[in-house]
Structures are given as structure tokens and as C-alpha cells.
Design a binder for this molecule. Sequence first.
Ligand code: ADQ
Length: 740
Amino acid sequence: MGSARDAAAPNARGRLLIVSNRLPVSIREADSGFESVSSSGGVAVGLHGFYRTFGATWIGWPGLAVETESRRRKLAASLARDQLVPVFLTAREVSRYYDGFCNGVIWPLFHYMLDRVPLDSQDWEAYREANVAFADAIAAHYHAGDLVWVHDYHLMLLPGLLRQRLPDARIGFFLHIPFPAYEVFRILPWRRPLLEGLLGSDVIGLHTQSYVRHIVTALRQEYDLEARADGTLPFGGRDVRISSFPMAADVDRFRALASQPEVQAEAARIRADAAGRAILLGVDRLDYTKGIPRRLVAFQRLLDRNPNLRDRVRLIQVAVPSRETTPSYDGFRRQVEALVGKIGGSVTTLASTPVHYLHRALEPGQLAALYLAADVMVVTPLRDGMNLVAKEFIACREDENGVLILSELAGAAEELNEAVIVNPFDVEGIATEMQRALDMDVDERRRRMRALRHRVLGHDVGRWAETMVNAISAATPVTLTRGSIVPSLSVRKILDRLASVPQLVLLLDYDGTLVPFQEQPELAVPSQTLLGLLRDLAAHPGHTVHLVSGRTRETLDRWFGDVPIALWAEHGLWRRPNGSAPWELITQAPRDWMPGVRELLSKAVASTPGSMLEEKTASIAWHYRLVTPPLAQTRRTELRQALLAQLAAQPVEILEGHLVLEVRPSSINKGSIVKAAMADAPADAVLLAIGDDRTDEDMFAALPEGSVAVRVGDGDTRAHYRLLGPAAVLSLLQLLADRP
Ligand code: ADQ
């Protein structure tokens, strides 16, 4: 995989930091200090080879609680030799974060097992703190140019936490489990922090297109965010790519294992032991999502239907012990064992034991031997992100024989459609398909297996990882080329542009420009810092400051009454010149359209919970910040059409602002302010206009040659400069106020 390294290495210095809950080795206390064993589970096993060939650094929990500082240092030093970095968590943290929240809440919910979600989980805070511990560990190891690849549902807050600490880092996230449909996802009280955590990534990878659709729907429902046709989504001044990267199995390793003479001898031994009986095989972690009980019942149903099969088939079910510290798993293990006992008792004859149940981890060679020996591989999870067992089975079958029965609710079913596809909840159906698989003639078995191998063999886990790493690597490091959205660099650019300007006229929008949007408009009160900054700016002899807002005179008076700057209310309908002068009405706007619009918008308020009406001198606004996005979208479209019909010949326009729809006379817009501001300014003055929405574009359009327009946030603009958000604007203003 030397080529993978060349292709994916971000630059000569950049390293790949793989981050997952568990390191690929689990550490145990030993007399001599510590000893390590390979971790089990899809992620650790699948990525181990890639991490070694790529020379990556792996950051994760070492699998045990190390409480003293000196032992932590000792373990960290020994792991460092293998480029492993431990994240230390106490036993209590692990129990609440890992058992409590990850496996107690997210795992069942994301697998649609709602009745397993606890009544009253108190472990969210522990989840957050564990993610913070990971963020701290990564930040301590991160060098500029590194790529960070975060894995799985344990660490969904991590990309967002990292983005705060390392704004320029390239960060990818891969979710190994399903992303559920929105109606299930929304059950989580913490759904927004989780989504915002994920959106700290440059690339969010999922196994299938369905999961991509689900997360995109969640983002639309929660934030009204729309993905573009290319799968990218603008968020926080960056593009986040959401895409499917179906994970592959460690194909090369399993193929190599299956060709070893000792593995083939073991397979022959398993077959000899079955003495001519057909072998059905199940291999899973012992997890309630894997569908083991229904599979056992289906097998019993098969034998009930055909009693003569009792001496002619054998089901080998291997269940790897898993999550034994998580409470519900213990109960599940006992349930499976009881079922195995019950079914075994009812189908065993003096001559034959049809159910063989093994509750243990196997060596890879033993697993490959079982895959080789099986006639029918039965993979029937109730939900599964992907399922690598199905692909490993296919990889081993060089003989192009063996039938795969696969659940339609496993991610793998989106790729492996030549398998015998079953509904894992339909016990009767599984029994029927088991029979069909046993009866399938050799030509059909080969035809299906050949097609499956064609799909699986060309796609090894190394190639999968390389594809994902390349996608992360392609994310533009923001400081290098997209300076306009990185505050420090873009602020500097604007300052350079204004360096030799002796007189500056500032036209500043308020909401979304000087302060972030709030859920309620009246909460966007200016801070003392902002008021002080506006005063400092106004006190500078080279500056004239205009605050240009859509808000009413009353609000601006209340907030800026004693600040010596010019105020413009209602998009320029009213002006209060510098200081304490009275408000002036700039133009007589027509108002006879207002009663009809008031009536229409009032009806919309009545039928749209969370929306409200705001009436100003010559405009009426319908605010829908608190309305759920889909309803808001429907109502906005309906209202727009009704207004257009009603106002066809009127001199008014409909303005779509940030979560507000406003009707106002077309004679008023922020563009008209520009002329007035220039009339008052010295001849050599340059205008600097800063704003974040459509109404500010009117202002930008009216600027004379040589002016500077700055757009805040995303969206199309005619401005030449862009700043990320209010914080960046304030840093620019602060530097302007401080200049000599
Ligand atoms: P898992 O739920 O662990 O993974 P799976 O994809 O089947 O499920 O991976 C299991 C791994 O464990 C396989 O590599 C298999 O070889 C190994 N294994 C199974 N039984 C074993 C045994 N008895 N002894 C030793 N090893 C055994 C999660 C998601 C999946 C997703 C993977 C990868 O739940 O949906 O496919 O991550 O993203």
C-alpha cells in the first residue's frame, strides 16, 4: 500500500491521526507492567493493517483505567513506540460514557431498538466530558498539516470540539453504525449538539446512501440547511461534505487465510465432523441487533417443517462475547443461551445435535475455516451499519460456492444484491429462504457467488480507508487558500486595503453583523463591549459611523440612544443624525397597502405556531425563527404567493431576510442611505459597508467606486470581502478603532 501513502499523505509533514474510542490494542495489567492484546470489533480489526502501512498515529482509550499519573506516563511511553496515544478515562467515566451513553443510549436508538433506550439516562454529561478529553489529547498531539480521522458514534461531538481548538485542521468523521431516520433521531434530546459536533468535520462519511439521506434530512429539519447537488453543505463558513463510503472487509487478509493449507485442513475437519450434514453458519458479536434469537427460531421452524432435516443439517452459531460491562448485554446473553438450550432440546436426536453454539472469540484462521466450511452463511441482523462478516465470507470463497442469506436491513444489502435477501424480522421467511438456500442448485450458487465476489474482491479495507483519507485531504485547509473566511487573514486583507484611507465612513448593519442572531429578536441586545467599541470608533477623527438597521426607532433608541453615531431605522426610512438630534422621516412612503397585508399575515400567525407579526411605520414583517423548518418553508411559500397576488400593482416589495418575510415600500432600501451618508462625508472619504443579508446587498449595490463591501457569513454577494461572523467583524472594528 505504498501508493496509498503517497496518494493520501497530506504533505511532507502532515500525519494521519486516527481517532477511535478504543486503540487497536487493549491493554491489561500484568505482573511486569502492562501487556497488550489485539482489540476485537469491526473498526479496530478493519483498520489495523491500514494504520500500520500508512504509518498513522492512533489515538484512543487503552481499554483499562489507569489512575495514577506515574503509571499513565509509563503506559503512554510504551505505547508511543507503536505510534499509539492513550486517552485516559477513569473507571467511572468509562462506565457512564461508554456503557451508559454510547452503548446504553446511542447504540439502541441508532439501531431502531427504542424499547432498549433507558427511561432516564443521566450520562450525557459524561459523554460530553469524554469527548472533551479526546479533543484535549488530539490538540496536544496535533501539528499543522495533519489530517484527523475520527471514528464512530462514541465521538460525535469531537469534530466540533476540535474545530474550536484547531480551526484550520482537516477533520473527517466516519460513522460505523446506521444513521437513523429523522423521526427516530429526533427522539434524542441531545440531537442538536450531536449534529453540530458532526458539522465540525470537513467530511462526514457513512456506509450507505440511505444514511446520507437521513442525516441530510435531519440537518434540513433542524436547521433548514440544504445540501447542494454535489453533497456539500455550507456551514460555519466552510463546506462540509456528506458522502457514502461503504466500508470494505479485510479482503486480502481473508483471501490469504483461506488459501493456507492449515486453514483448508481445518475446514475439511469441520466438514468431516458434520458427516455429510449441510452447515449453516452464523458469526456475530453477541449483540441484540444481530438477530440471533430470530435466526435460531427460524432454524427450529425449518426443522419443524421438515423433520427429516434434523439429521441432515447443522447450525453453527459463533457469538463473540461483547460489551460485557454494559448491563443489557448480560441479560441478552442469558436470553440467547436459554433459547439455544430450548431449541437444542427440541431438535436434538440421539444421532444428531443440530445446533452448535460457541460463545467465544476465534482466531482469524479458525474464522476463515468456518467460512470455508459453510454451505449457507446466515447474516440476519435486525439492523447493521454495514456487516463485514458477510463480505469476509465472500472473500474466502475462492471455490465460488456457498450461499449467503443476508438481511435487507444490513448496510451490506445495498451492495450485495445477489445474496438471498431476507427480512430479519420475518421468521417464517427466513426459514423458507434457509430451505431455498439448501436446495439451490450448483449453477445458481456459483452464479450468485461469482457476482458477489466480483463486487467484494476489488474493494479491500485499505482502499476504502485510502478513499476516505483522500477525501479529508482534499478539504481545503482554510488558512491556506480560503483566507477570506478566516478572520485573522481576511481581516488583515481588509485592513491592508484601508491602510492609506484618511477618512472612513462606516455603514454597519446590526443583526447578524455586529451580533449573532438570537431566537427572539429582543434578545439581541448590544453588549457593553460592543457599545464601547462603537464609541471608540466614533471618537476616532478619521471615522464616521452609521448603524443601518431594519429595526424600529424605539429599539435603536433604547439600545444606542446615547452613542454618538448616526442611526438608521427601518432600512433607512428614519434617520437620527449624530448625537441626540430627533429622528427624521426620510421619505413619505405609501401605506394604503398595509391593512390587506396585515390581515393576510395575521392569518399566517394564527395558523403557524411560533411565528409573529411586527409592524413598523411603513412595513410589516412576519418572523418565523421559532417555527419548525418544514412548516416554515411551506408557509413562507404560501405567503409569498398570496402576497404576490394581492400586491401585484402596488409600489411595495417582499423581502426575504433571515427567518423573516417583510413587506415594505420599494422606495425604501438601504441603498438610499449610501447617498445621504456620502453627502455628509468629506470628499476624500471611502465607504466601508458591512452586512449579512439581502437588504445589505442593496447597500453594496449603491456604493460608489472605490468603496469596500464586506459580506458576513455564507450566501451570494457582490461584496469583495467576506468575514465568518460577528466575532470577525468586531475584531476588524477593534483594529480600525485602534489605528493611529
Ligand atoms: P460490528 O458490529 O462489530 O461492527 P461486523 O461488521 O460484522 O460488526 O464486524 C465484526 C468483526 O468481528 C468482523 O471483522 C469479524 O471477522 C469479527 N468477528 C466476528 N465474530 C468473531 C469471532 N467469533 N471471533 C473473532 N472475530 C470475530 C460495526 C458495525 C457494523 C460495521 C462495522 C464496520 O456494527 O455494521 O460493518 O462496525 O464499520
